[in-house]
Design a binder for this molecule. Structure first.
Ligand SMILES: *[C@@H]1O[C@H](CO)[C@@H](O)[C@H](O)[C@H]1NC(C)=O
Length: 227
């Protein structure tokens, strides 16, 4: 017990000195059934509000295009693909708020590249505001600024835990950036009505639904092919 405690405080010490802006008492994140969100376990990511489309998925505009775009299933009853969240700094069992994490799609990637999400230089025009927005794609790299995500409690509906996805470049990699900003990651719909995950000010409260018991592989493969 003593060893464990001192290891924890050593970790905390390193954590505080290198990432002093992070809260040390961050709350654990909960899935849609009220269980703690686990490292290394696939979860579907759904919008909190019903009737606003299905889960997040990966898709491509044309055959052979790579890396895949992260998009939203248009229909509420479609789950999309599950995603695995991994803390970047600590090897922890649970995912906590405001901790830098990588998000990796759990499916067979036709591009055969990295399934880690990143904010890419690819852009779409958000039809509603006629603004160009950077989008999220696969093909990211662990512990780099463009793949440095975090979740913060969205706190939009009493009694329901939902989270806002953010990109916090300064929390990962060799930190040469002077900006200590995090950016909201949400949904952007283009003029064709296709909805992408991208960097936008609009809030996108999400819930995590664990994928135990689902036939993940079958479901996701048909999802990819149907796009
Ligand atoms: C991702 O979306 C962008 C914008 O619509 C498009 O240009 C690109 O080809 C798409 N990527 C894939 C892999 O389909």
């Amino acid at each position: 017990m003593k060893t464990t405690l001192s290891l924890v405080s050593l970790n905390l010490f390193i954590f505080i000195t290198t990432h002093s802006l992070l809260s040390t008492a961050s709350d654990v994140i909960y899935d849609s059934t009220g269980n703690k969100l686990l490292t290394g376990v696939p979860y579907y990511i759904f919008p909190l509000f019903r009737g606003t489309g299905g889960g997040l998925t990966l898709s491509r505009a044309s055959k052979d295009a790579c890396p895949l775009n992260v998009t939203q299933e248009p229909f509420e009853f479609n789950y999309g693909v599950p995603f695995i969240v991994t803390p970047i700094i600590f090897d922890e069992t649970y995912i906590r708020e405001s901790y830098p994490v990588s998000i990796e799609a759990s499916f067979t990637d036709p591009c055969q590249g990295s399934k880690t999400l990143k904010l890419s230089s690819s852009e779409v025009v958000a039809a509603a505001v006629a603004k160009t927005v950077k989008t999220v794609t696969a093909g990211g790299q662990l512990n780099t600024q463009e793949s440095c995500f975090q979740f913060v409690e969205a706190d939009v509906m009493p009694g329901t835990r939902s989270y806002q996805i953010q990109l916090c470049p300064f929390k990962c990699g060799s930190n040469s950036s002077t900006s200590l900003s995090c950016y909201n990651i949400g949904l952007v719909t283009n003029s064709d009505g296709k909805t992408f995950l991208g960097q936008t000010d609009a809030l996108f409260p999400v819930v995590f639904q664990n994928s135990f018991g689902n036939s993940v592989q079958t479901a996701t493969q048909s999802a990819i092919q149907s796009v």
